[in-house]
Design a protein around this ligand. Sequence first.
Ligand SMILES: C[S@@+](CC[C@H](N)C(=O)[O-])C[C@H]1O[C@@H](n2cnc3c(N)ncnc32)[C@H](O)[C@@H]1O
Length: 315
Amino acid sequence: MPLATARVSTDRPARYLKQLVSHMSHKATTALSADGRGTITVRSGSCALTPHPGTLELTATAVDAESLAQVQDVIARHLVRFATQEELVVEWSAPIDGGELEPTAPVVGEYLLSHHTPADEILGELAAATREALGDAAHMQVSADEGTLLTMLTRLTGARFAVEVGVFTGYSTLCIARGLADGGRVLACDVSEEWAAIGRPYWERAGVADRIDLHIAPALETLRALDSEPFIDIAFIDADKESYPAYYEEIVRRLRPGGLVVLDNVFLGGRVLDPAYQEARHVAVRGLNDLIAADERVDAVMLPVRDGVTIARRR
Ligand SMILES: C[S@@+](CC[C@H](N)C(=O)[O-])C[C@H]1O[C@@H](n2cnc3c(N)ncnc32)[C@H](O)[C@@H]1O
């Protein structure tokens, strides 16, 4: 559970932040962002610092509780020492488990879900059929608001060639297919013929089945076999998380300028924020999130839509 936060009351949040980052830069890795936020990474973990009016917000992260306590201690001690003109009180929250975080409060999530162009009858019935056939596994399906987002992004790019990695029962496939320009096609990659078969009647009913080329094989093989020219207009990645970095690389090099790659589940239920989570999928998505933010080939933004959606646009 190695996350902890503190909200430190002070009239000089930005000043202390800069002072702390500058001082710590001699013995730690530090960064100061253009919008005034700071990060300090010591051996035991990291602390993000954000100035707000009247408050300096601290978020400490580490791989385990002992390391977290060390990060908290080193940051708090230095901060208190710098504040010669006031007595700062650094009160850390109890350790928080990243897996218990949600990008938006549940009540906000509900509001968002009821304020997008709603899914039509066909999508609604596909969602219901998936729940009926597969029970709990139905949670793998994108939500209705994310589906609307996918159709919108596909339309906005004027896409003629789309790629989807992770079809499941074809909800997102249908959303992408509907957004395609006339004559457009989506290459839909999955390893399960059985799951995709649940979606096929709904693709037919929606009149888009002829736009969907379902490819049943490990997606990496399918992607690697594609022409290496930049011809993809939009791609959606929503399959095995360990392979996200490899999918991203294969796709981004084939995106035409202005083309988009959209990635689902970039928060992994909050676990990307918590270094205690070190399974292959956590490490892969956490690393990829960092890579995309610094990737000079794209402009990227991470949206708190459901479990986190990144949109990266090829420069
Ligand atoms: C989260 S689901 C996709 C949900 C889908 N986008 C939707 O909205 O219904 C993940 C899918 O990835 C597929 N998958 C897992 N490993 C794969 C691989 N190596 N290659 C292709 N597909 C894979 C699974 O079979 C599963 O259908």
